[in-house]
Write a protein that binds this ligand. Structure first.
Ligand code: HAM
Length: 481
């Protein structure tokens, strides 16, 4: 189909009244509309040619890194008994407000929400926990033997300011455990996170842990924190002054120097824990010591979602310049299931930021996954051979022989060039004569020899050469007698 012509590009010109947009022209978010300068109009065609800001294509070149991550997550999930669950990307907005809560950046600033044509207020999921919690209740999973371990992986959406390592569509790997309050589960969940990053070959990883106690002890702590910060409000950044009213705990997470300086002298959540939470945290630390995991206690760690109780943790990496990146985070959320309308169910989990993990793999030159390479090439010449080669390809695939082809090319020379570029060990040539005879030429690309075999014997003949080549490249080891 011929591309549509650019419809219009309207350069902004100071105007008192916004002109009606021409058909096919849409407003971009590049500049917010003001009364005096309307947002520039960009042609529909121009917008069709680019992904949205903060959202990107993960191209084939990058897939070997992602494949290694996906495989590592899936094998960790399997080893530790997590069953895969996939929940919808879109949920009722209310689900996220109920769980993550207003006053958090995710709900106040970052959630992608909209009204459907049917009038429902919905949102693109900004994380997995709320949706998995909803599914746990909806499908009556509480009757299953506990603990119930669930794992998911996929994109989530946050309308944040994009930069390297911060996207609006980002991928997470997510692990959740329902129905067990024992701190040994907290340690095991941290162990799973460690298993994934270690297996991926990431170094300079640090686990930070903290406990924020129960909602009651947290309230007591919040009060003390507000009292302390109120007295020195002038030293806080503008946003933290607002947070002092909306969500004071978030101030501990602010990266502004002056706020960091002030909060380093603030009271610490650990000093306000109730006895049970303190004992819970102490046991967790003992388990982590036993596991010899590289962790440190960060008394300022509070996390950006409001459902957490007791244990919270984050996984950080540090680059050569000392810049730190959060690769993942999680914690206990013992009240969430009940808050969402389910039975009281203690729970704990974590999410890994897969985009950041891939960046970290590249930065530290971790080897990506190597997709298996085809060892056989199928070349064809003439109409009948072309027709037969489709079936032959399927036959090879059925017998576990990974083959490649270049069906679109007519000349044998061009096809052989592709074969040698791929570096295959065997080339099958199906010419007009062979197609009529029911035979094929099998060429050993290593030794250069070739033979004609019947099509029934083809797979065996190919396999024989591949086997010989494999034993040549990996000779049977000789042992001293
Ligand atoms: P979170 O800390 O909000 O936790 O996100 C987990 C990870 O997602 C972060 O550590 C980071 O690596 C990555 N991430 C977050 N925002 C972005 C972004 N804009 N661009 C790229 N990566 C990002 C949660 O989402 C919780 N649901 C984790 C959890 C599971 N807690 C209990 N269970």
């Amino acid at each position: 189909m011929a591309p549509k012509k650019n419809v219009i590009v309207k350069k902004s010109k100071p105007a008192t009244k916004s002109p009606a947009p021409t058909k096919g022209a849409v407003k971009t978010e590049k500049k917010p509309a003001t009364k005096t300068a309307p947002a520039p109009l960009v042609s529909e065609n121009e917008l069709l040619m680019q992904s949205l800001r903060g959202m990107r294509d993960i191209l084939p070149d990058e897939q070997p890194y992602w494949e290694r991550v996906r495989r590592s997550l899936s094998s960790a999930a399997q080893e530790y008994g997590f069953n895969r669950i996939d929940t919808p990307t879109v949920e009722y907005l209310h689900l996220f407000i109920r769980s993550i809560k207003e006053g958090t950046d995710i709900i106040d600033k970052e959630i992608y929400s909209f009204q459907t044509r049917g009038g429902d207020r919905v949102a693109l999921r900004p994380e997995f926990t709320a949706g998995i919690g909803r599914a746990y209740i909806q499908h009556g999973m509480s009757v299953l033997p506990k603990p119930i371990r669930l794992f998911s992986m996929g994109p989530v959406f946050r309308y944040d300011r994009p930069q390297e390592g911060r996207y609006r569509e980002l991928w997470q790997g997510d692990f959740e455990v329902f129905g067990e309050a024992d701190p040994i589960l907290d340690a095991q969940v941290i162990q799973v996170a460690y298993r994934v990053v270690r297996e991926l070959g990431l170094k300079d990883i640090e686990f930070q842990v903290n406990s924020i106690g129960t909602p009651e002890s947290r309230k007591r702590y919040e009060k003390a924190l507000v009292r302390f910060l109120e007295s020195q409000k002038h030293k806080l950044c503008q946003q933290c002054r607002e947070r002092l009213v909306t969500n004071p705990m978030r101030i501990l997470d602010c990266k502004e120097d002056k706020c960091v300086q002030l909060t380093s002298q603030a009271p610490q959540a650990l000093d306000f824990l109730d006895d049970e939470s303190r004992a819970h945290f102490k046991s967790l630390l003992e388990y982590l010591d036993e596991l010899e995991l590289p962790y440190s206690i960060n008394p300022r760690l509070v996390r950006g979602l409001d459902y957490y109780t007791r244990t919270v943790f984050e996984i950080w990496s540090t680059d050569r310049e000392g810049k730190k990146y959060a690769l993942g985070g999680g914690g206990r959320y013992d009240n969430l299931i009940q808050d969402l309308g389910g039975e009281p169910t203690p729970a704990i989990g974590f999410g890994l930021g897969l985009d950041r993990i891939v960046l970290e793999m590249k930065r530290t030159q971790v080897r990506p996954y190597e997709f298996p390479k085809p060892r056989v090439f199928l070349a064809q010449l003439g109409d009948l051979a072309k027709k037969k080669s489709l079936r032959m390809f399927a036959e090879l695939e059925k017998h576990g022989v990974l083959a490649s082809e270049s069906f679109g090319r007519g000349s044998l020379k061009a096809q052989m060039r592709v074969a040698s570029r791929i570096g295959v060990e065997v080339t099958i040539i199906l010419g007009q004569k062979e197609a009529i005879d029911g035979t094929a030429i099998v060429k050993d690309m290593v030794s250069g020899t070739q033979e004609t075999v019947t099509q029934e014997r083809l797979v065996d003949a190919v396999k024989k050469i591949l086997k010989t080549n494999a034993s040549l490249s990996h000779p049977t080891p000789k042992f001293d007698q």
